[in-house]
Write a protein of this length. Structure first.
Length: 318
């Protein structure tokens, strides 16, 4: 619903109203030092010095408030289902943090994620409520309390992931109107389904960012031999792809994987956007740098050809 008149209270006895249909400003005060019901245009407000002098402080306060309102009202609202978010050290949490903060000039951004728990333990301050609202560097964060888990215990991990999934579904009703929904493929399969849920509940456009393909990874390492499970996983993730307005993958081969899933028929709109690094924080050092020399000496690498891998080393990478 469009609002034609906006009314802001500058302080207890001062008000300003802005009629968007006529672009007129009306300012009034209970004090005697400024005339009541002065009507003049935005241009006059800013450039007519004689009139502005009588209530200069109030006009300046209004101008600042209105500029902030205009800036925010022109932005779209974006909801991100992140699973993990800073201060958690999960790689996807770091990527989504940089993505969210980098788009704040274009979007009002809300992130739904778990309380900090990437290593399995949870601080006491996050154990008393179901949801926690925070703001980090301009990004609104709605955290969901989940049970602690052990990475060596499958049941505890499943319980943790399922708690996030249903908690995020409930949290969707707490974040207001959204224009876009962005979700990643974590947790596997459920991340995509959360995006579909957000699209339906918020009547928004849905962008599905696939970092890892499942069940393709599960099949590649033989994690389960149940055809029923892998077929169900494939059906649900293809469903998420089909319901999305855009699929983003992080590599050329992954674009081909999407095409192979649909056998070239009715392939969802897909683009490739590589993950990135902050080149101000991560950059190559000369081999003669003292830190490089110290590293080689410490690990016995002098005179050897070294290949370094940076990233996760887990079941799928062994």
């Amino acid at each position: 619903m469009k609002v034609s008149t906006i009314k802001l209270q500058l302080k207890r006895n001062e008000w300003v109203a802005h009629d968007r249909s006529t672009w007129k400003i009306q300012w009034w005060s209970d004090d005697d030092h400024c005339e009541k019901n002065d009507n003049y245009s935005v241009m006059n407000t800013l450039f007519d010095i004689d009139k502005a002098r009588r209530c200069n402080a109030s006009v300046v306060r209004y101008k600042n408030l209105w500029e902030e309102y205009s800036r925010m009202s022109n932005k779209k609202n974006l909801l991100i289902y992140a699973h993990y978010y800073i201060p958690d050290t999960a790689s996807t949490g770091q990527i989504l943090r940089e993505l969210a903060e980098g788009m704040l000039d274009k979007f009002n951004i809300t992130v739904i994620c778990v309380v900090p728990s990437y290593l399995g333990t949870i601080e006491d301050k996050y154990k008393t409520q179901k949801y926690y609202e925070e703001e980090i560097n301009g990004v609104k964060v709605l955290r969901i309390r989940v049970p602690e888990f052990s990475k060596t215990n499958k049941k505890s991990r499943v319980k943790n992931i399922v708690s996030y999934f249903f908690g995020a579904m409930g949290a969707t009703f707490k974040v207001g109107k959204m224009d876009y929904v962005f979700s990643i493929s974590q947790p596997p399969i459920l991340g995509g389904l959360l995006g579909v849920w957000g699209k339906w509940m918020k009547h928004a456009k849905y962008i599905y960012n696939i970092q890892d393909f499942n069940p393709e990874q599960v099949l590649a390492v033989g994690y389960t031999k149940s055809k029923f499970i892998t077929d169900a996983m494939m059906w649900f993730d293809k469903f998420s792809c089909k319901r999305s307005d855009l699929v983003i993958t992080v590599g050329r081969d992954l674009v081909e994987t999407v095409e192979n899933r649909f056998k070239g028929k009715k392939v969802p709109k897909t683009v490739m956007i590589n993950n990135w690094i902050d080149e101000n924080e991560i950059y190559p050092l000369d081999e003669n740098n003292e830190k490089v020399q110290a590293f080689k000496k410490k690990y016995g690498l002098d005179g050897k050809f070294v290949i370094m891998y940076s990233g996760n080393i887990g079941l799928y990478y062994d």
